[in-house]
Design a protein around this ligand. Structure first.
Ligand code: DC
Length: 214
């Protein structure tokens, strides 16, 4: 069983994907976290734009993820980078790295390998369109940018960033992610769309669950 939960930045995809995984006892994969980990790898080497990537370096990157009790840990070459990949510095440049074909293929390989022998809920941008076009269930979450930015802002350290920067970053990522040539952010034709603007986490989950259980 593969359940794909795609959608815009900060639309609550990972929250919903974890809830679905917990409910059914499935594995959980956060594909965005893998793009972030690859971005971190190159940033640490002083490379902040994807056109400077040395393709051979990708083969030196192994990604892993462990989901336990609601906590998802991401490993880059066996190092736990779960916190580092959430920094503003990574959020600012990750969409640029995610445009690269070789980067995407590297992530696809890991996603397909992890979910080969187990039922998995995966969140991302192109899971239902490209990575798992035959997924058993597909969802697409979206909301007004201001609402997503407000929710995101309420979760982060206000000393690091202000609301306007959160909104700008979110709009920038959505535009870059949805206009790129390869695997752009878009709803799969057979995905269930959910506008989460006026819904609580539990209300979205009820909708998701009712579709799966039907
Ligand atoms: O879900 P997130 O915000 O952590 O994702 C970070 C970036 O990774 C996002 O801006 C675009 C990219 N991404 C992608 O291109 N395809 C995916 N399936 C998941 C994320």
């Amino acid at each position: 069983m593969i359940i794909a939960i795609d959608g815009e930045a900060s639309s609550g995809k990972s929250t919903q994907a974890k809830k679905v995984a917990d409910y059914f006892g499935y594995s959980y994969l956060d594909s965005g976290a893998f793009y972030r980990a690859i971005t971190l790898f190159f940033k640490k080497k002083g490379i902040s734009t994807a056109n400077r990537i040395n393709k051979n370096d990708l083969n030196k990157i192994s990604l892993n993820s462990k989901y336990n009790d609601g906590k998802n840990s991401i490993y880059l070459n066996d190092e736990d980078v779960s916190n580092d990949i959430r920094s503003i510095g990574i959020s600012e440049i990750v969409s640029d790295f995610a445009k690269e074909k070789t980067v995407r293929e590297h992530v696809y390989k890991h996603l397909r390998e992890f979910s080969k022998n187990q039922s998995t809920v995966i969140d991302g941008r192109d899971i239902g369109t490209v990575v798992f076009p035959n997924a058993d269930f597909k969802f697409f979450l979206y909301a007004k940018p201001e609402i997503r930015a407000k929710r995101r802002f309420s979760e982060i350290n206000k000393d690091d960033i202000n609301y306007d920067s959160v909104l700008d970053n979110l709009n920038y990522r959505d535009t870059t992610d949805s206009t790129r040539k390869i695997a752009p952010l878009k709803k799969a034709y057979d995905a269930h769309s959910i506008d989460v603007s006026d819904l609580s986490i539990d209300q979205v989950f009820e909708k998701v669950l009712s579709i799966i259980e039907k």
